[in-house]
Structure formats: C-alpha cells, structure tokens
Write a protein that binds this ligand. Structure first.
Ligand SMILES: Nc1nc2c(ncn2[C@@H]2O[C@H](COP(=O)(O)OP(=O)(O)OP(=O)(O)O)[C@@H](O)[C@H]2O)c(=O)[nH]1
Ligand SMILES: [Mg+2]
Length: 312
C-alpha cells in the first residue's frame, strides 16, 4: 500500500492541478503585489469551488498578512496562503466517543454520496483499532441497500442488524441499540436512506431515528456524520447547509476527492458552515477513508512534505 501521504497527494492530484497550479501562476513571474493579483486570486478560488464568501475572506486575510508582514514579493505568497488555508480549516477534530458504554454514529446524506461505503470503511477502521462494532441497516427504502451493507459487514467482519425492506428505520435503530447494549458493543454505526419520496419525508424520518437514539442512549448520537460527494462542488455546500439545519450534523465526510478537481469545496464547507470535516474518502476501497488532518491536507494540496510523510 502506498504511504499515507503519497496516497493523499495522489488523490488530490486533480484538485492540485486546477487550483494550486493556477494560484502559483498568479504568484510567480509577477514580482510585485498589486490589485490585479488579488482579483485574479479571488477568481481562481471561486472557480475552484471554494465559494464566494470564503474566497473573499481568504483574499482579505492575505491582504492583512501582506501588510503586517511587510511582504513585497508575490513569490512569498504561496506559503502564506497555505498557512491561511490551514488556519481556515482549523484543528483536527477527531470522532467523539461516549465516555462509557456504546457510541452511536448516525450517517446521513443524499443518495449516492457514499454513505454505505463510508460506513464499511469506518467500521473497518474502528475494528482495526480494537473496537467492537455493529452496523444498523437503517436504509430500508431499498432491499439492495440492506444487501450492500451486509456485504460490507462480511468484508469487515462485523455484525449487521437489519429488518426487511420497508421496515421503520427507527425500529431498526432501536433493535441495534438494544442488541449493542446487551452485548457490550463499543460503536453502532447507523446507515440511513438518501432518497425517499420527498425531502420532507426524508427529514422527518431522520428526526424520528434521532429521537429513538436519544431515548435509548443518553447523550447519543455522539456523532451525526453528513456524507458529501466532493465531485458535486457547490451542491455539496448547499446540502451541508440544509442538513445542518435539520439533522444537527456534528461532522462531515467528504467522499470522492480522488478523481475530482473540486477539492477546493473543503474550504468552502469549513468557511461557511463551520462544521468540521472529519474524514475524507479518496477511493472505493476499504482503506480509502482517512481522518481529515488540515495540515496534511494543505501540504498534500500544495505539494509540500507533510508530517504524515515523516511518520509513514
Ligand atoms: N472514487 C470514489 N468512489 C466512492 C467513494 N466513496 C463512495 N464511492 C462510490 O460511490 C458510489 C455510491 O456509494 P454508496 O456508498 O452506495 O452511496 P450511498 O450514499 O450509500 O447511496 P444510497 O444508498 O443510494 O443513498 C459507489 O459506487 C461507491 O463505490 C470515494 O471516496 N471515492
Ligand atoms: Mg447507501
């Protein structure tokens, strides 16, 4: 398996080409810092799916730094921008676990973003750490969804709690939590449907599942992870805002960063919603889920050595 940092860098190759290489062009071969440069930079950021608001903020921060550090050479700005991007993304925010007893992770998001795949990968990650994990097949909308989760359960070696197609997802969550409590399971990860007859139904269903979880385990859910597909760019940002309002999202998993040039959306999401990105998906395989470490992400994006490279 390729090293952690090398794999991250490879996954971000397209974003690097569309974003950082353009930024570099703006900074190099120009010499002095002028108004045109700031305008060009803002445009490249917006085009790279960073979002208007966050792009403007980043450029504003850059202006401040140029002033306070008395920078005159545009060539120095690449590393300053990298610093500002790390600052924007904040500290690494690991998963929250219950102080004792079972930790409940509810996974939400619209259809096709990678929820079920992420659950499989996450279950594997936690199992390798020595945790006992159950999966709950809360997407009862399609029989295939239950089957898909079961395949992941077998692959990872964790049990899947399920009912038949069309069953009440809240009842599946209830079963899973009962079983987990009686068998001292460390983590239950609950899959949910991404598609229902309409958006209102979907949101009502999520609320109901949530209520059951809250009642069964005080303090749960410990995490509500919203899965977003990076290839959808600005749509991902809209979904983050919608789910933030109704589902009490605690963290984001940004999938499909491999093969997309829209990785800049990470910045837009962090800048506008302040929901921390906790994991990133960089492929379809079982190991292709990584904790999101802002410093390493920025280093990989800017093609600089990161801390991960040393510890690899
Ligand atoms: N390249 C790539 N593909 C991914 C990644 N994560 C998921 N996928 C693929 O995206 C497709 C959809 O993934 P699912 O996990 O079924 O998505 P879902 O959100 O559960 O979809 P629904 O159950 O229909 O709502 C699958 O083909 C996955 O293999 C990723 O990080 N990178
Ligand atoms: Mg699914």
């Amino acid at each position: 398996m390729a090293g952690f940092f090398a794999q991250l860098k490879e996954g971000l190759a397209k974003t690097r080409q569309s974003f950082v290489e353009k930024v570099e062009q703006i900074f190099t071969g120009r010499g002095k810092i002028d108004e045109d440069m700031y305008e060009e930079l803002e445009e490249v950021l917006i085009r790279s799916d960073v979002g208007v608001k966050t792009s403007m903020e980043l450029v504003q921060r850059l202006r401040q730094e140029v002033k306070s550090r008395k920078i005159v050479d545009a060539g120095e700005l690449k590393s300053v921008l990298q610093e500002l991007i790390v600052e924007l993304m904040g500290e690494e925010k690991p998963l929250e676990f219950a102080g004792q007893g079972t930790t409940v992770i509810l996974v939400v998001g619209v259809n096709g973003v990678g929820k079920t795949t992420t659950i499989g990968k996450l279950a594997n990650y936690l199992r390798v750490e020595g945790k006992r994990v159950f999966l709950a097949a809360g997407d009862t909308f399609r029989a295939a969804a239950i089957d898909q989760l079961e395949i992941w359960g077998q692959r990872v070696g964790v049990e899947v709690i399920k009912q038949r197609e069309g069953a009440d997802p809240a009842a599946v969550a209830f079963d899973a939590l009962q079983a987990a409590k009686s068998r001292n399971i460390d983590v239950v990860i609950i899959d949910t449907a991404g598609r229902l007859h309409n958006k209102v139904n979907l949101m009502e269903e999520l609320k109901k599942v949530r209520r059951v979880i809250e009642r069964e385990i005080p303090g749960a859910p410990h995490e509500v992870l919203l899965v977003l597909d990076a290839t959808t760019g600005q749509n991902a940002l809209q979904q983050a805002k919608l789910f933030q309002e109704v589902a009490g999202v605690t963290g984001i998993v940004l999938t499909k960063l491999d093969g997309t040039a829209k990785g800049g959306v990470v910045l837009g999401i962090q800048g506008e919603t302040k929901i921390p990105v906790k994991w990133i998906g960089i492929g379809e395989g079982i190991h292709d889920l990584r904790p999101f470490i802002p410093k390493d992400f920025a280093a990989a994006l800017f093609d600089r050595p990161g801390e991960g490279e040393i510890s690899d």
